[in-house]
Design a protein around this ligand. Structure first.
Ligand SMILES: [Mn+2]
Length: 369
């Protein structure tokens, strides 16, 4: 496993690659060109500049999260083939500089949803939180206003104001797109891009829906074991796989995360690891990574990744906001750094318990001559 850290780029993140480098165990960043819109072809010069910036700090780009997919592709409007061509062009440009992991999602209109971006905890920290009873009583406009009022100066990935200004139009194009249709559109997209992915060995890793159920009446097709296996079968290729996000899938207590991991050997290309605390039906708080702080057993999760021979990039996902840090909700430095160290500790114990003496910094990339 390769331990990595999400970084939003110089213009958008409060954290520097130099700070990330000082987190022991971390070998790379997961990043993106955050100022490109879905559908745009990425500029070669911008990709190279990003790569150089990361490498200057002694890190690698371990993957891109995300190359976002234009709604024309998700909803299969007449413009989709042009946008797929653009997507392929971006993949080629990433492949040319040796980037071999791309995370994406196929959620209509917006991606993750929360009712609170900074819910106070008794320990003085705060967390992202979801309360279904609040969300179900809001319409989408109210949801947007609520997030807008809480985000402070920070951008929220997946809720770009430029796109959200068009939300009525976006909802309109998804009329008549049910789960079956959305899955068909995903299959069409995957079949079109797989030859390019195979040529450059780019592993595509779809992110599960967050939370793992339908919100605002929009279809969701990456929620559980069944959906993940259907996705894998849509386009059989070593490059078609999954971002196993424990927190997104874990929002639904019916999802047995270690069992899901074990069932997807060879199909998990990227891992997001975080904990959630169940508070009731469709109600949860995010938590510290520590097992005891939430409802997921992080030891069992890391063991499952180890047992299936997962050697891809893993990153700690959202943390709490601690020590009065000010940053993008969920993406402060401190709690994610504590998270990655905790996960690395679990992994060292699992490895040594199995007689595996590889160093904690082992990563497949580093073994290459
Ligand atoms: Mn995630």
């Amino acid at each position: 496993m390769k331990m990595t850290f999400r970084w939003f780029g110089e213009k958008f993140d409060t954290i520097t690659p130099e700070q990330i480098r000082q987190i022991s165990a971390c070998v790379g960043v997961i990043t993106t060109l955050y100022d490109t819109m879905p559908g745009e072809v990425w500029e070669v010069s911008a990709i190279k500049a990003l790569k150089e910036r990361v490498e200057r700090a002694g890190l690698e780009i371990s993957g891109i999260e995300s190359v976002n997919i234009h709604d024309a592709i998700k909803a299969a409007t007449p413009e989709r083939d042009g946008y797929i061509e653009n997507y392929i062009k971006t993949l080629e440009r990433l492949g040319e500089v040796g980037i071999d992991l791309v995370c994406y999602n196929f959620m209509p209109v917006f991606d993750w949803t929360r009712s609170d971006l900074a819910k106070p905890r008794p320990d003085g920290s705060n967390v992202l939180s979801y309360d279904g009873s609040l969300i179900e009583n809001m319409d989408f406009e109210q949801m947007l206003e609520s997030l807008e009022s809480k985000r402070g100066d920070f951008l929220l990935p997946g809720w770009e104001p430029e796109r959200m200004a068009r939300n009525k139009e976006l909802f309109e194009i998804y009329k008549g797109v049910d789960e079956a249709k959305l899955r068909e559109n995903l299959g069409y997209f995957l079949k079109a891009i797989m030859p390019t992915c195979e040529k450059y060995n780019i592993k595509m890793a779809i992110h599960p829906d967050d939370p793992a159920w339908s919100v605002f009446g929009l279809p969701r097709i990456v929620k559980n074991h069944e959906d993940l296996h259907a996705l894998v079968n849509l386009a059989p290729s070593p490059c078609n796989g999954i971002t196993l996000c424990t927190g997104s899938l874990g929002s639904n207590p019916d999802n047995d995360i270690p069992a899901i991991i074990r069932s997807l050997k060879g199909k998990i290309h990227f891992a997001h690891v975080r904990n959630v605390k169940y508070l009731g039906y469709r109600k949860f708080d995010e938590a510290a990574h520590l097992s005891e702080d939430g409802s997921l057993d992080m030891y069992e999760i890391m063991k499952a990744f180890y047992d299936i021979g997962f050697e891809g990039a893993l990153r700690p996902d959202h943390g709490r906001m601690v020590w009065n840090e000010k940053s993008m909700p969920g993406y402060g430095l401190y709690d994610r750094a504590m998270g990655i160290c905790y996960l690395s500790g679990l992994l060292e114990a699992i490895r040594k318990g199995r007689g595996d003496r590889r160093s904690a910094l082992y990563s497949p990339a580093k073994e290459k001559p």
